[in-house]
Ligand binder design. Sequence first.
Ligand code: GLN
Length: 505
Amino acid sequence: KPASEREILGHPQGLFYLFFAELWERFSFYGMRALLTLYMVNVIFEALAERDYATAAVYASYGSLVYASTVIGGKISDSILGMRNSIFLGGILMSIGHFVLAIENDIAFFLALSFIIVGNGFFKPNISTFVGTLYEKGDPKKDSGFTIFYMGINIGGWVAPLLCGWLAATYGWHYGFGLAGIGMLTGLIFFWSGIKKGVFGDKGMAPEDGSINKKVVGIKQGILVPVLAVLSAPIIAYLLSSYKAVATDGLLADQNIVNVIFKFIGIAVLAYLGYIMFKATLDERKKLFVAVLITFFMTIFWGFHELSGSVITLFAARNVSLDGIMTAAQTNSLNSMWIIILAIPISMMWTKLAKSGKNPRTPYKFGLGLLFAGISFYILAISGASANDNGLVPFAYLLLMYFLLSVGELFMSPVGLSKITDLSPTRIVAFMMGVWFLSSAFAFQVVGFIGKQLAIESTDANVGGFDTLTVYTEGFELIAYYSIGAGLLVLIASPLIKKLMGNVH
Ligand code: GLN
């Protein structure tokens, strides 16, 4: 049998090469993310009293751009490079980013983040789509293939913060960042060895129309794309570093350049969706409306969930009793740890419920997911009452919080992804997948907003105690109410949403 047809555990062999490639890419992504906020607060913006504010703003811009770039990377892959080339290009750009991050210098810092943003844009959407191409249309194994892939993501997301956090605490920040870079290179080697062995057959090649060799301004597009990608890095670095608000009052108060750009993108996307809905048939319009709703709920969820790398990391550093357990950076591994433990039991629960016809439909799962997220923040809010004399709360609260948040994630993220494809008319599925990734991008705008509200002004390296504890727990309480409120609204609206979905489960 040719390598592309051989199977492991009933899945195409190629899945396991993509599994390890993505595992190591996420290792680099989350290893770096675990250090990012603490590195900004303690090194890059150390001297500023408003260092928390600056950190929250840059973190949000980084997160928004790192997910928005996937829309462009997906498009360029479809029309010019193909998935294989895109994944290589993305992986190389990301490794460069991680290694540049190991240099302790402000300009290097912003440039490095830019390389990761552009690199992720080429890597992440294309490796996810690649998994789908390994299966025939309608193959029932595809869903479990994606569950295995999601496991890979979270094994990377679990181990990396532990190792990079340990290196950063023991030997220095740049060792932690350096290991992230090595992780990314390891991912590329796995991908390359899969290609060498022929496990992907002829999948993921550049489009057959030869666009890659077509010349624009005398240069082949296949060369032009990487050149432009590299050249865009300084521009993105400039955007990232402009964390200050463009205006002090009015409509743009507290908004930096990246915030303003995302406002425009949001309006444009909504206008385009409105136009598509206007032209669609009634049935398509109903389903599309639900797809947009689902994406909107997902944005709210990620907006609270992605606080883990920013406000919650700072909360862990300043107000959680971590002595002898782990460092604040390492707490970033807890979400992935719970996902690894819970992913299979929860997917088995759905299958079991489905057998007796009781598998809840998507809107109910989404309502419950938001409810879980809300309760998870409520746990942190009430943790304040158990603080010791130094204003530190027991670690168990953080552990329980991540447990609930991860249950919420598994109720929403994997389910939503497959529903989007079912609910969108075929001609715009690719666009809707882009919108789905944009939900994470807009979520980071929420993360930035909250991060700025909960920023603590201080140049004291040991900031913490009851002053910060109250700020955080009051903030978490508000988030809990918003999330629980949103969850209840979704549950109340579920019978109606269910009707609009028609035959889609
Ligand atoms: N943890 C998942 C991943 O890294 C999803 C993250 C997201 O979309 N915000 O792929």
